[in-house]
Design a protein around this ligand. Structure first.
Ligand SMILES: *[C@@H]1O[C@H](CO)[C@@H](O)[C@H](O)[C@H]1NC(C)=O
Ligand SMILES: *[C@@H]1O[C@H](CO)[C@@H](O)[C@H](O)[C@H]1NC(C)=O
Ligand SMILES: *[C@@H]1O[C@H](CO)[C@@H](O)[C@H](O)[C@H]1NC(C)=O
Length: 433
């Protein structure tokens, strides 16, 4: 990590930043979306669980204690997106898209249990992730910084003012880094690639989740309104180009940055070019419903609520009756692998959506989310794996990262994170564990 109190930005850097902000705010062109105020996050719902939550939290605690042993504060490795053959976490550097979720799980466990010991360890991991704040090479900076520093700022009881200020500054530096990936002509943030001038401009639906960093940073003291404008512009463009008429979403859209034309729409996790036109990745659909809900909360723009509901309605219409999604709504019988991570993301997103949607729809989303959570909590903890299967480091089993790449039937660190988030959003703080 950079030494605390490292030299501040040079005059040239400041000038560059000023120009970048000016260009972005001119190009974003949707300041009205950011003027509408924001929905204040409601307190945890405190529903009584319909199943025994205690053993679920006890098992989560066991798994997370092992995570802390394997990836202690001061480590330069973090739990990766999947578990490996022997059941342990793959290991990744802070630059990986999932590097913040292991820390995020500790923050969520703190939120769920109120046991300060989780927050203490979670805070001690933050310096290991902090170098990500200046990484302009990927949109995933949003996932990394929001799941770590974002949660640190939300902790209850809150951190001291001085500590909160350092967390806020990390979020805002990171937002400035993400904003550099915005293309005012396309009105989109580039998902991948460190070459910001590359002609091939890739956007995946997951990028909707990263907008939370921009919305959040803009709303904090000293935040730039341009960050909100950029995020709102990206969400507006996404709502126009990513959706099919039935409400399902493409996973990726590729532009030619020079002509501004779309050269490809498809499903990143699909298995052939032809099939990408029809396949609907359940995780892509889950990112969409969650991401548009968060965009609505930040702006109260009706377009974002309508888009979130469109994504949610398709997800629920096509969900299997056991409430746990397959990896792809159109998966053939021979490939009917579950994706518990998509289920966890969707449950967390639906719980947020249930608080802002019109009453009848909201209650439908909440009922569905609770049923999904119960199915995940009772049938898919990795402690329920059949004898003889490797002992997984994850809380949930049967996640899919990318079925075509053979990454199914695995634990996922992001699935665990959204599972804990959804448990907290649904049931509120439980007795210490
Ligand atoms: C879930 O994972 C377990 C353990 O790997 C496996 O035995 C089981 O068949 C999987 N279930 C589904 C529905 O994929
Ligand atoms: C897990 O991820 C690592 C690194 O991304 C990859 O090399 C490995 O093949 C994956 N393993 C499984 C079982 O999916
Ligand atoms: C809090 O968590 C720590 C670490 O997991 C554990 O040792 C301790 O017993 C817990 N405290 C309570 C009150 O449950």
């Amino acid at each position: 990590m950079p030494a605390a109190g490292a030299a501040g930005p040079s005059g040239l850097d400041l000038l560059k930043t000023a120009i970048a902000v000016l260009i972005c705010s001119l190009g974003a062109g949707s300041p009205e979306l950011c003027g509408g105020g924001a929905v204040t996050a409601a307190a945890a719902a405190g529903v009584t669980p319909t199943f025994d939550l205690k053993p679920v939290l006890a098992f989560a605690g066991t798994q997370l204690k092992q995570e802390i042993k394997d990836f202690p504060p001061g480590s330069d490795l973090f739990p990766g997106q999947n578990t490996t053959k022997d059941g342990s976490w793959a290991e990744v550097a802070y630059t990986d898209w999932v590097s913040g979720f292991g820390d995020g799980c500790l923050w969520k466990m703190h939120a769920l249990t109120g046991n300060a010991s989780w927050a203490k360890t979670a805070a001690a991991v933050l310096p290991d992730l902090e170098p990500m704040k200046t990484n302009t090479g990927t949109h995933d900076i949003g996932f990394v910084i929001t799941s770590s520093f974002g949660n640190a700022l939300d902790a209850q009881p809150p951190p001291s003012q001085a500590t909160a200020d350092t967390y806020r500054k990390v979020l805002q530096t990171a937002a400035g880094s993400l904003a550099k990936r915005y293309n005012p002509k396309l009105k989109l943030i580039r998902s991948w690639g460190s070459d910001l001038a590359a002609r091939e401009f890739k956007v995946i639906i997951d990028n909707m989740m990263n907008l939370q960093l921009l919305f959040r940073a803009a709303a904090l003291p000293g935040g730039k309104s341009a960050w909100c404008d950029i995020a709102a512009a990206h969400a507006t463009t996404t709502s126009k180009v990513f959706f099919r008429s039935d409400g399902s979403t493409y996973h990726k859209v590729i532009y030619d940055a020079q002509t501004g034309k779309i050269t490809c729409k498809g499903t990143y996790q699909g298995y052939s070019d032809k099939s990408t036109w029809t396949r609907v990745s359940c995780s892509g659909q889950a990112w969409a419903l969650y991401g548009f809900t968060a965009a609505y909360e930040a702006t109260t723009a009706p377009l974002f609520l309508a888009t979130a509901q469109k994504a949610a309605d398709l997800f629920l219409k096509r969900l299997t009756p056991d409430w746990v999604p397959l990896w792809d709504f159109d998966a053939p019988k021979s490939q009917s692998w579950k994706d518990t991570s998509a289920g966890a993301i969707a449950a967390a997103g639906l719980l947020r959506l249930s608080k802002v949607a019109p009453a009848a729809a909201g209650s439908k989303y909440k009922t569905a989310a609770l049923a999904m959570l119960e199915a995940l909590a009772t049938k898919y903890p990795s402690s329920a794996a059949p004898p003889g299967s490797p002992r997984l480091a994850s809380i949930l089993m049967n996640g899919t990262v990318s079925a075509p790449a053979g990454m199914y039937g695995t634990g996922t660190i992001f699935g665990d994170y959204y599972f804990l988030e959804a448990l907290h959003a649904a049931y509120g703080r439980q007795a210490a564990a």
